[in-house]
Ligand binder design. Structure first.
Ligand code: DQA
Length: 142
């Protein structure tokens, strides 16, 4: 069975109430069960933390356990070389994920330290981006 991890960074625990005009009004408590139901052939682990080191520890813990990671690093995308190094270090394909279109927002969101370490990036397609990333991992799995 294909094993995937969805890893969300800071403030994504508040999705649903956080700036709904940007991120929408559905939270992960509702979305993750829906996603799992829509992909019954995939084992999806979910992890969220507001703490940079915890995200790095979790990425390390994925070694040997999952075949792909969908990583929404939140604002750490734009600041964290340590997280980018972790993505390089684990040798697991990672899809960079953003709910909003980061290129259409503030200039500081246009820099991603992790993008070049990732298989690809999805940005601006709302929560549906997570489903598209799962579909991509299914399509590249022999
Ligand atoms: C985000 C975009 C980031 O710039 C922001 O800091 C987030 C969420 C997104 O999903 O659109 O926390 O990663």
């Amino acid at each position: 069975m294909l094993q995937l991890a969805i890893v969300n960074g800071p403030n994504l625990n508040l999705l649903g109430t956080r700036e709904p005009h940007i991120y929408g009004s559905k939270g992960f408590d509702d979305y993750i069960p829906e996603l799992k139901q829509n992909f019954p052939s995939v084992a999806i682990q979910y992890f969220q933390s507001n703490v940079e080191g915890e995200l790095i520890n979790y990425l390390h813990s994925c070694i040997g356990k999952v075949q792909g990671i969908i990583l929404n690093a939140g604002a750490y995308t734009h600041t964290s070389i340590a997280l980018a190094d972790a993505v390089s270090a684990i040798n697991i394909p990672v899809i960079e994920m953003h709910i909003s279109n980061v290129l259409a927002r503030e200039d500081y969101r246009k820099t991603s330290f992790i993008a070049s370490k990732c298989l690809g990036s999805i940005s601006g397609l709302g929560l549906n981006g997570y489903a598209l990333a799962v579909q991509h991992f299914i399509s590249i799995t022999p």
